[in-house]
Design a protein around this ligand. Structure first.
Ligand code: IVH
Length: 688
């Protein structure tokens, strides 16, 4: 079927919307639940775009389970508190085989010897309860305090493996629970991106799952690849006789349920499952922190009942992290590229999980205080899910007299500036972003990086040399470099654990390459230049948005707070950071120099306002046009100084209507008395 809908009748549109919705639904399911896609991402996007377009045109036919909702609805100011129909109990934790034998004995005593257990993985994420009414996802609520939680339905809808509508035959009402998690690979990527724009990285995937789920803008949530396993149908819903069957039912209804389940009859079988997964968890794409063991028969579960906090029919076995004891010899402080100061523990080398550990992260001042860890203490080091080992406690009994509490440094160890702590943040920062050596080097490294100016003939080591030799202290200096400055420079990087000694020397060929790379970077388009200069919170996407909106660096530099926050997706934090950046004369000077050297400071095809005939006028564009695509028409509006808005309100000046304009928009424009103009009228307005 073609994507043209010029002459579609209402009933054709309705039918096409229905077909697309169910097809896309199926593709979503194939991809995210079955991990077995049958079409390409490209084809999927094409169908989704077609559906989006049709739904805009014919909003009356959009279905409640439309996959277009996955991109995120309206932002919420505050999450509504909801009382759980069935309390959200947690599981009692155990750490040893003997505790599991005790559990098994308690169970047998209560229900006799004919017992079966279901063993499952214990996903390390955020618990969620989903309610479906007449098959449609009605509500998603977090655990909260167990009695009441936050309603995060808008955010949950963006999670592709959570069905918006149940499959096959479903009960009129269903409540089901599961765990939302952040896949490991995506977590690493997210953290790398956060560090790049100067935001504190998340400590682990669980924190990023819970942080993401609590974001106020579902459109932002939609960009992060949250996923969700379902593991429990609570209460007296009487849908099955066993827990195992309820998981199979969940699967049939379209939920993602883990295949890593075993039905066990004896503690020994349970231990086998535990041991397999204690080893096997390294290969999973998500974090687990243990195993959950549940009595299979729901009748037996009922007999066993609950304590005040936990079911008596289930228990969690938590994996032990590998742990070692050693001496904390000293604490040093590292200043990162963004100025964040991280305390690092220097340890007496100790063997842990296959490697020798000499250093551990202490994260921040709060953690040092909470642990009350002191230089000279015997400390416990653990290697958990994170790569860098961490200190988890102190052996107080071995503390020598005279060791004193840690006094967190007040001045930057690199540049001597007084450290600052931002409200609500755990980290201390060095505020001297333009003159503190690691921050300068960090900015230079960022400037040359692949997604920025892409000067791949330079790298971390070479940047360091240029800086240490006083040749480059800010990005503009790169463009002043001459071959003579570089020829003959040399640096020896001493051998380190597992790595050989390395020598960097600038010979003719190297120097030629460097200069060529620098020269080529003058072709890098403006959005990437804007990203490269390293304004805090201006990552790749934001840089693109700003560049597209302002077209030139000069225009962006003139923008005030009000105008900046008026740009789509630019919030107060970013606006403030942009204003602050351009308020510094040395930044202005650097940009002046970059411009002088021929770096792109404007979008190539100049789309700045041609003539401001539409200045101050806002337009709602609807329908299909003869001579332009809808995007082209919108661009024209902006080109002539006008503004595009999405929906008709009393503030709208014109509704620009093509063929097949949405009837609800037409109705609204009429009621509000807003002029509806045609493509021809519009062309006249702009003098075409
Ligand atoms: S069953 C009443 N199964 O662990 C029993 N929980 O303290 C409800 N969890 O809050 C929980 N994986 O967030 C269950 N396979 C699994 C689980 C699991 C992770 C979490 C869940 C719960 C906590 C238990």
């Amino acid at each position: 079927m073609t994507t043209h809908n010029h002459n579609m009748t209402d009933s054709e549109a309705k039918k096409r919307i229905e077909t697309l919705t169910s097809e896309l639904q199926q593709h979503n399911y194939n991809y995210y639940v079955l991990s077995n896609p049958t079409i390409s991402d490209f084809e999927f996007d094409k169908l989704l775009k077609e559906l989006e377009r049709l739904e805009k045109e014919y909003p009356q036919f959009a279905l409640p389970d439309s996959p277009t909702q996955r991109v995120g609805g309206e932002p919420t100011k505050e999450f509504k508190t909801v009382t759980h129909k069935y309390p959200f109990l947690s599981l009692a934790n155990t750490y040893s085989e003997s505790e599991i034998r005790d559990f098994d004995n308690r169970v047998r005593k209560a229900v006799g010897h004919d017992v079966e257990y279901v063993c499952e993985l214990k996903y390390d994420g955020v618990a969620i309860g989903l309610t479906y009414v007449d098959g449609y996802l009605r509500q998603a609520v977090t655990r909260g305090d167990g009695t009441r939680g936050d309603e995060v339905t808008g955010n949950a809808k963006t999670i592709r493996s959570i069905p918006l509508k149940l499959r096959n035959s479903y009960p009129p009402e269903l409540e089901i629970r599961g765990e939302i998690f952040f896949p490991a690979k995506a977590f690493e990527k997210l953290n790398a991106e956060r560090e790049e724009i100067g935001e504190a990285p998340f400590a682990n995937p669980r924190n990023s799952a819970s942080g993401t789920l609590k974001m106020q803008d579902p459109a932002e949530v939609a960009k992060r690849p949250l996923d969700c396993f379902m593991y429990y149908i609570p209460g007296e819903q009487n849908l099955t006789k066993t827990h195992y069957e309820s998981l199979k039912l969940a699967e049939k209804l379209g939920f993602k349920v883990s295949k890593n389940i075993a039905v066990c009859k004896t503690p020994d079988e349970i231990f086998e499952f535990i041991n397999d997964w204690d080893k096997g968890r390294r290969h999973l794409e998500y974090d687990i922190d243990g195993i959950v063991i549940k009595v299979n028969s729901l009748a037996q579960q009922k007999v066993l009942g609950y304590t005040a906090k936990n079911p008596r029919w289930a228990i969690a076995y938590k994996f032990k992290a590998e742990r070692a004891e050693t001496i904390l010899e000293s604490i040093s402080y590292q200043v990162g590229r963004t100025g964040a100061v991280t305390p690092v523990a220097n340890l007496k080398p100790v063997h842990l999980a296959g490697t020798t550990v000499k250093r551990a992260s202490l994260h921040n001042a709060d953690i040092i205080a909470t642990l009350d860890v002191r230089e000279g203490d015997y400390v416990y080091v653990e290697k958990g899910g994170e790569i860098i080992p961490k200190i988890v406690g102190v052996n107080i009994e071995k503390r020598k007299p005279g060791v004193v509490p840690v006094h967190f440094i007040e001045y930057c160890p690199e540049c001597g500036s007084r450290l600052v702590r931002k409200e609500g943040e755990a980290a201390f920062y060095c505020p001297n972003e333009d003159h503190c050596p690691p921050q300068i080097k960090g900015k230079l490294e960022h400037f040359i990086s692949r997604k920025a100016m892409n000067i791949d003939s330079l790298g971390e080591g070479k940047i360091e040399m240029l800086y240490d030799n006083n040749l480059v202290t800010n990005p503009a200096d790169l463009y002043d470099l001459k071959a003579d400055d570089l020829l003959g420079l040399e640096k020896i990087i001493p051998a380190e654990e597992g790595k050989k000694e390395k020598k960097i020397s600038f010979r003719k060929k190297t120097v030629e390459n460097i200069l060529k790379g620098i020269e080529q970077s003058k072709q890098v388009p403006f959005p990437r230049v804007l990203y490269a200069i390293g304004i805090r919170y201006v990552g790749e996407t934001v840089a693109k948005k700003l560049a597209l909106h302002y077209q030139t660096m000069d225009a962006l530099m003139q923008a005030d707070f009000e105008q900046l926050t008026g740009v789509e997706e630019i919030g107060e934090k970013i606006a403030e950071s942009v204003i602050n950046y351009f308020s510094k004369p040395e930044h202005i000077e650097m940009i002046r120099r970059l411009k002088e050297k021929g770096i792109q400071m404007a979008l190539r095809e100049k789309k700045s306002v041609v003539s401001p005939v539409l200045e101050g006028k806002s337009f709602v564009v609807s329908g299909v046009f003869e001579n332009y695509s809808r995007d082209e028409i919108k661009q024209l509006i902006e080109l002539y100084g006008g503004k595009n808005v999405a929906s008709v309100s009393s503030k709208t000046d014109f509704v620009l209507a093509g063929h097949n304009m949405g009837p609800s928009k037409k109705e609204k424009a009429k009621t509000l008395g807003i002029p509806i103009i045609s493509e021809k009228d519009f062309e006249e307005m702009i003098g075409k």
